[in-house]
Design a binder for this molecule. Structure first.
Ligand SMILES: Cc1cc2nc3c(=O)[nH]c(=O)nc-3n(C[C@H](O)[C@H](O)[C@H](O)COP(=O)(O)O)c2cc1C
Length: 349
């Protein structure tokens, strides 16, 4: 048991209320296992949207199996609910959710470890029943209080409150964590996890003070010694300064990454009918995903999309996950104890 236990750590069965959230379309089984082994909750990310979705499903299953072979602690998977212009859910979401349910049905070792499914992007309505019936804990990431209430009323177990400073796809309402999190914790009864901008114990202590039950980080976990990201990508995040990030049109709405040639092309094209290189909408989506994967796998950090949160500007060193996660929880507990000790006695009456 860790120094900070609460209804979220008890629900999910983890030592520390610290989550490595989905980082698709990159492969994260090793990273997820390292975070779960350190007492947090790691997440296996969605593997992109290949034209051959069954091939994508096989890759996803391999990533899940790899993570289950590296940890015997609980871990999660992240599956965005992709929605097209008409509001129709894109086929990859259903295929990947089916893959997860089937992996748990067919393999008890996976079922014991893969106990949490996080949806993000669109509303997961029709998937909530099957996810819950399978015995999974369902977390859903939202960017607005109204979305949090809707998800909690529909039966989601945990809400992840995502502020606009976050890395990757960011909420279209553009509300930042400091405004969003207290509004959401006030509006729903289920556990709430802050995502966006957290990087250390101070962020965790602040999240708890705002009524949240934990933090989910992306950028901080990319800049660790325990993952498969290309070294040039990691270095670009370590080098980033305030103002080096920008929001551009991503695959499911606004997306945050480093300012470079690739993101500038999307910023320039925003609001115009012309996509970069005259691509159609479908081709443009593929271009974006290929570009993200090229940056992550090949380290092309100037000509490809380098997703990161604004918090990269404040991260200057690599950390080891095994040391970092328990130390972050311990230091957050110390901060809260110190603050409580500095308070005077309650005023009588
Ligand atoms: C490279 C990258 C890829 C991401 N991919 C996904 C994803 O596939 N699904 C998702 O729900 N969120 C995704 N996110 C958002 C993260 O899960 C997390 O919420 C975010 O990084 C939190 O903000 P932070 O970077 O300030 O910690 C991604 C973020 C980054 C930086």
């Amino acid at each position: 048991m860790g120094p900070i236990t609460n209804r979220y750590t008890e629900l999910v069965g983890i030592d520390h209320p610290i989550v490595q959230e989905g980082l698709g379309p990159f492969r994260t089984p090793r990273l997820a296992a390292a975070v779960s082994n350190a007492g947090g909750l790691g997440t296996v990310s969605m593997p992109g949207m290949p034209t051959d979705l069954e091939a994508g499903a096989r890759t996803f299953r391999e990533h899940i199996e790899e993570c289950a072979s590296l940890t015997d602690r609980p871990f999660a998977v992240n599956i965005p609910v992709g929605v097209d212009g008409d509001g129709t859910v894109l086929p990859f979401t259903e295929v990947y959710i089916r893959t997860v349910l089937e992996a748990r049905r067919s393999d008890t070792a996976i079922a014991q470890r893969l106990t949490v499914l996080t949806t993000s992007a669109g509303f997961p309505g029709p998937f909530i029943g099957p996810i819950k019936d399978s015995g999974l804990i369902h977390q859903h990431k939202v960017g607005a209080t109204r979305q949090a209430v809707k998800a909690a009323e529909a039966g989601v177990d945990v809400v992840i409150a995502a502020g606009f400073e976050m890395g990757g796809h960011a909420p279209s309402k553009k509300v930042h964590t400091f405004v969003l999190v207290p509004s959401i914790t006030e509006a729903v009864d289920v556990p709430v996890v802050l995502t966006g901008g957290a990087r250390d114990a101070r962020g965790l202590a602040a999240a708890l003070a705002m009524g949240a039950d934990g933090v989910a980080m992306g950028t901080r976990f990319i800049t660790t010694t325990d993952n498969d990201w290309h070294p040039a990508y990691i270095q670009a995040l370590l080098d980033a300064k305030e103002g080096d990030d920008v929001a551009f049109d991503g695959v499911y709405g606004p997306c945050r990454g480093l300012r470079n040639e690739a993101s500038q092309q999307l910023v320039d094209a925003s609001g115009h009918d012309t996509a970069p290189d005259g691509l159609s909408a479908v081709e443009l989506t593929r271009w974006k995903i290929d570009s993200m994967q090229r940056a992550q796998n090949e380290g092309d950090v100037s000509g490809s999309l380098v997703l990161t949160g604004q918090v990269a500007s404040a991260i200057n060193e690599l950390v080891s996950i095994a040391e970092f996660v328990p130390a972050m929880a311990e230091e957050a507990a110390q901060i809260l104890r110190r603050l409580a000790a500095n308070l005077g006695a309650p005023v009588a009456g």
